[in-house]
Design a protein around this ligand. Structure first.
Ligand SMILES: Nc1ncnc2c1ncn2[C@@H]1O[C@H](COP(=O)(O)OP(=O)(O)OP(=O)(O)O)[C@@H](O)[C@H]1O
Ligand SMILES: [Mg+2]
Length: 515
């Protein structure tokens, strides 16, 4: 039997001259979960956009049910039974869930939009495929995991037989990933086919039947998930052996760099997101903040960075309270920050790589004197950091917005670690980042630690927290409910019970790890 969907010898060069696909082959069988993996910039999203009619190949052929097809636009792909959920959603925030799902394909009673029918259909669809979501609230009020379900429902409402998910797990907390996988299994059990892109190999091995590996615009192989290991798949992806752990040197952790003292933080609606919270970070240690997203970790890091006010308490850096200081003043005394949402708060995408690499140093006389930019010094700084942090880019003047996800993240990491910080705040450092770059970013963070930085790390990825942290603090509803020294014997499941609020340590149990 012919594969359901095939791409044969696909080539695609973007107007700027980037060869994104160079003889790509893909063969997807009906009823399977087919993963596409590869490093940042390998050409995965480009291939998916070609399958969905957004980009057009320069050469090669697509076949559906064994017959050649071409899609001039997404409408034609949808009519052929293909649906796609993008890395960035395209929902209308002020519209309700059901309005978003039926938008453009609304059921009618006579000439009127039949709302009752739309709501009933969305409910039925969400039950059928185990994509639980209330049809009524506006999409903008929902957490991202539910917004993603709305996107999937939207594709299913248009009768997608083949559903393309481009990095669906990159925005999800571990529990939400588990829920998404339930839905994906239910989809294939009911005869649908799923094409799935992800960077985290344990996820890929868990959910997929077949895996196509891309490297530098080419497909380098297709394998069965049950016939490979994480290590062999990593080697196939990167073309060399990849170490999926880091070694932590012994450091002197006696000097306290940062003390968070009885801090209370409110969110935009005035509710407490951190309550009377205290913790210390010492030179030479990484303190991992564990927790389901939304339990106060992100807000705490923002407050330390100076991006969010504290309602009560003090934050000491090197013995003096920084709460009254601005972001820039805090940076001046050695604070660096790798934020979670690099595109919104870490980078100016229209500006060049060189400009972004000095964006936080505009009062540094090496780059700006008498209000004038020293372009030569800025260019030299960029060339040095591009080399040191292996940023894949055509040159210092390329706009950051044209880089792949992993390389954008490297620009932020390079800027923040270009000088040794005293206190480093890190949030989701490797979300959407490929294996090679993950390894590199992990090493950059531990190098800063080994050189004496105090590091506060927040991540939704438990394996990342366990790999990097010296101590782990579990957040639940804005409080620390457990604390551990990370000696290598800690199981993710142990953390899980505290993360979900199922148990709490006593103050005595916490003491050793709360130094
Ligand atoms: N619209 C565009 N214009 C010019 N170049 C582009 C465009 N979109 C992607 N590219 C380039 O094409 C190459 C492949 O990009 P693509 O987005 O397909 O990679 P990817 O495998 O999805 O990477 P990631 O894992 O970072 O999402 C990259 O070098 C990228 O910079
Ligand atoms: Mg992509």
């Amino acid at each position: 039997m012919a594969p359901l969907l095939e791409a044969i010898g696909i080539g695609k060069t973007y107007p700027g001259g980037t060869v994104a696909n160079d003889g790509v082959n893909l063969s997807v069988n009906a009823g399977e979960v087919h993963a596409v993996v590869g490093e940042n910039g390998a050409g995965k999203s480009t291939l998916m956009k070609i399958l969905f009619g957004i980009e057009h190949p320069d050469r090669g052929e697509l076949r559906l049910d064994g017959k050649p097809v071409s899609f001039a636009n997404p409408r034609e792909a949808i009519d052929a039974g293909i649906g796609m959920v993008f890395q960035h959603f395209s929902l209308v925030p002020s519209f309700s869930v059901y309005e978003n799902v039926v938008l453009g394909s609304e059921p009618h009673a006579g000439i009127k939009f039949d709302r009752a029918k739309a709501i009933a259909e969305v409910r039925a669809l969400s039950e059928k495929f185990r994509l639980q979501v209330d049809p009524l609230p506006p999409v903008g009020s929902l957490p991202v995991g539910q917004q993603q379900r709305v996107e999937i429902l939207k594709a299913l409402y248009r009768n997608a037989r083949i559903l393309i998910l481009d990095e669906p797990t990159a925005v999800l907390a571990p529990q939400e990933v588990a829920e998404l996988f339930v839905a994906i299994r239910s989809l294939v059990a009911q005869g649908r086919t799923v094409i799935f892109i992800a960077h985290k190999l344990p996820e890929v091995l868990e959910i997929s039947d077949s895996i196509t590996v891309m490297r530098a615009g080419k497909t380098v192989g297709q394998v069965k998930a049950r016939e490979v290991t994480e290590q062999s798949l990593a080697t196939l992806m990167v073309g060399r052996e990849v170490a999926l752990k880091v070694d932590r040197a012994d450091t002197d952790q006696s000097r306290r760099v940062c003390a968070v003292q009885n801090v209370t933080i409110l969110n935009e609606r005035g509710n407490e997101v951190c309550a009377d919270l205290s913790l210390n970070v010492h030179a030479g240690e990484i303190v991992g903040l564990v927790g389901v997203e939304g339990n106060g970790q992100a807000e705490l890091l923002e407050a330390v960075a100076g991006l969010r006010p504290v309602a009560a308490g003090a934050i000491d850096l090197d013995g003096s309270n920084v709460v009254p200081l601005s972001v820039l003043e805090r940076r001046g005394i050695g604070l660096a920050s790798i934020p979670e949402d690099r595109i919104a708060s870490g980078l100016a995408t229209g500006a060049s790589v060189a400009e972004n690499l000095v964006a936080t140093k505009l009062n540094d006389r090496r780059y700006v004197r008498n209000g004038l930019l020293d372009l030569k010094a800025i260019g030299a700084n960029a060339r040095k950091l591009i080399e040191r942090f292996s940023i894949r880019v055509s040159g210092p003047n390329a706009a950051v917005g044209t880089l792949s996800g992993g390389n954008m993240q490297k620009v932020v990491v390079a800027r923040e670690l270009s000088e040794q910080p005293q206190l480093l705040l890190v949030s989701q450092p490797t979300r959407g980042v490929d294996l090679g770059a993950t390894q590199f970013i992990w090493r950059s963070i531990t190098d800063a630690r080994d050189a004496g930085a105090a590091v506060l790390l927040s991540s939704a990825d438990l394996s990342e927290l366990l790999a990097l942290s010296d101590r782990l603090l579990v957040f639940y509803r804005g409080r620390i409910v457990a604390a551990f020294l990370n000696r290598g014997d800690l199981a993710p499941e142990t953390l899980g019970t505290y993360m979900l609020g199922l148990s709490t340590q006593t103050p005595d149990e916490m003491r050793a790890a709360l130094k």
